[in-house]
Design a protein around this ligand. Structure first.
Ligand code: TXA
Ligand code: MG
Length: 333
C-alpha cells in the first residue's frame, strides 16, 4: 500500500509513485484512486497483464475494460477516428467522469476490448490518478477494483477487502469523491448514445452536444445492453436490497422485517431510529458518494435487509437509480 494524497501531488512528489509505476511497467496489477471509484490497473498493451485483471476479479471475459490515459496526446495511438463531437465532449468533460467509446486501433491487448471493434477511453481528473497515469506513460486498462458482482470500491480498504492477495498493490488516495462509476457514452454512431449513466449527467452532456440517444436496455429489461457489463447483476451486497418508492412505507417495512428476525439497514433522507443501522443523506451528491460505501458498511454490520429511498432520475439521480435497480434486482416497496 502506498499512501499518496492530493497534497503530495501538488508538492510534486511523483517519487512516491515510482514503485507502483515500475510495477505497472512490469505487467503487475496496481489499484489506484480515481474521482469515481478505485480502478484495478494494468498495462493495456500487454495480454499477460490484462488477463491478470480478469483472473483477479473473476470477471467474465466478454466484458471489455476502460482504458485510462493521463494525457490527450495518447488518444491518437489508440483510436482510429476522433469525430468532431468527441472533441467538444473532451473539451467540456476531460479530465473527468466521462468514458467515450471510439473505434479502436488494433494496438491494445484483445482482452481489453473483449473482441469488440470499439474501445472505451477515459482521462480521470483525480490528481493522484493523473500523476500515476502520466508517470506510467502507458495506456492503463482498469475496471472498478472490486470482485465481480460486489459493490465498487470507494476506499483502498474496500479494494483490499475484495482483492487482497490477488493484486500486487494499491495506491491509497483516500475516499473517492463521486462514489459511482463514470458515464459511458458511445460516439461511433451518428448521434452519441448513453450506454451507462454515471458521474457526468445526461443533462450536462446535452448542454454541450444537444439531444443524445439512450441505450434501449436502460429503459427496458427486454433489450440486450450495448455495454456488456450492464447485463450482469452487479453491485450487490450480501443483504437483500429493496427500493422504497414511498417514504411512508419505511416504518411498516422496518417493523415487518424486524418481526421476522432480520437486521435492518436504511439509507434515506431521514433517520429511522428503529432500524439497526440508519444512514441519512442530504443531497443527491451525498447519496451517490455514500451509496456503495453504505452497502459495504451494512455488510460489515451484518445487516440482512437494506431499504433505500428512491430518488428522481434527474442529474446524477439517473446513475443512482441505475445502480440501485441492479443492487435490488428489481425488488421494490
Ligand atoms: O468510473 C469508472 O468508469 C471506473 C473507474 C475505475 O474508471 N471503471 C469502471 O470500469 O467502472 P468497469 O469495468 O467496472 O465498467 C466498464 C463498463 C462496463 O459496463 C463495460 O461493459 C463497458 O464499460 N465498456 C467498456 N468498453 C466498452 C466498449 N468498447 N463498448 C461498450 N461498453 C464498453
Ligand atoms: Mg465495475
Amino acid at each position: 500500500v502506498w499512501n499518496v494524497d492530493n497534497n503530495d501531488i501538488e508538492k510534486g512528489e511523483p517519487l512516491l509513485l515510482q514503485e507502483p509505476t515500475m510495477w505497472i511497467r512490469d505487467n503487475k496489477l496496481i489499484a489506484f484512486p480515481t474521482e469515481t471509484v478505485y480502478g484495478l490497473g494494468a498495462n493495456a498493451l500487454s495480454d499477460e497483464a490484462v488477463s491478470k485483471i480478469f483472473y483477479a476479479k473473476g470477471r467474465p471475459s466478454d466484458n471489455p475494460l476502460i482504458v485510462h490515459i493521463g494525457d490527450k496526446t495518447q488518444l491518437n495511438e489508440l483510436v482510429a477516428d476522433i469525430p468532431e463531437v468527441a472533441d467538444r465532449l473532451m473539451e467540456a468533460f476531460w479530465p473527468g467522469a466521462l468514458t467515450l467509446i471510439f473505434k479502436a486501433k488494433p494496438v491494445l491487448s484483445t482482452h481489453v476490448t473483449a473482441g469488440l471493434e470499439t474501445v472505451g477511453i477515459r482521462m480521470p481528473s483525480n490528481p493522484v490518478a493523473r500523476a500515476f497515469l502520466k508517470a506510467c506513460q502507458l495506456p492503463i486498462a482498469a475496471p472498478s477494483a472490486n470482485q465481480s458482482g460486489r459493490p465498487s470500491p470507494t476506499t483502498a480498504a474496500h479494494v483490499l477487502q475484495d482483492l487482497n492477495g490477488r493484486i500486487d498493490g494499491v495506491i491509497d488516495g483516500g475516499q473517492t469523491g463521486i462514489g459511482l462509476e463514470s458515464t459511458v457514452l458511445s460516439i461511433v454512431e451518428d448521434t452519441p448514445v448513453l450506454y451507462r449513466p454515471g458521474g457526468v449527467t445526461k443533462e450536462e452532456i446535452e448542454g454541450v452536444v444537444g439531444p443524445i440517444g439512450v441505450d434501449k436496455a436502460l429503459v427496458s429489461t427486454n433489450e440486450q445492453p450495448k455495454s456488456p457489463g450492464m447485463k450482469y447483476t452487479h453491485y450487490a451486497p450480501e443483504a437483500d436490497v429493496y427500493i422504497v418508492e414511498e417514504p411512508k412505507h419505511f416504518h411498516s417495512a422496518i417493523q415487518r422485517a424486524k418481526a421476522s428476525g432480520l437486521r435492518v439497514g436504511v439509507l434515506a433522507s431521514e433517520s429511522y431510529k428503529e432500524a439497526h443501522e440508519s444512514i441519512v443523506v442530504h443531497s443527491l451528491y451525498d447519496l451517490a458518494q455514500t451509496f456503495y460505501y453504505t452497502l459495504r458498511l451494512f455488510d460489515e454490520k451484518a445487516v440482512t435487509v437494506i431499504f433505500v429511498e428512491a430518488v428522481p432520475t434527474l442529474g446524477v439521480g439517473a446513475a443512482i437509480m441505475n445502480r440501485l435497480e441492479k443492487a435490488a434486482g428489481g425488488k421494490r416497496l
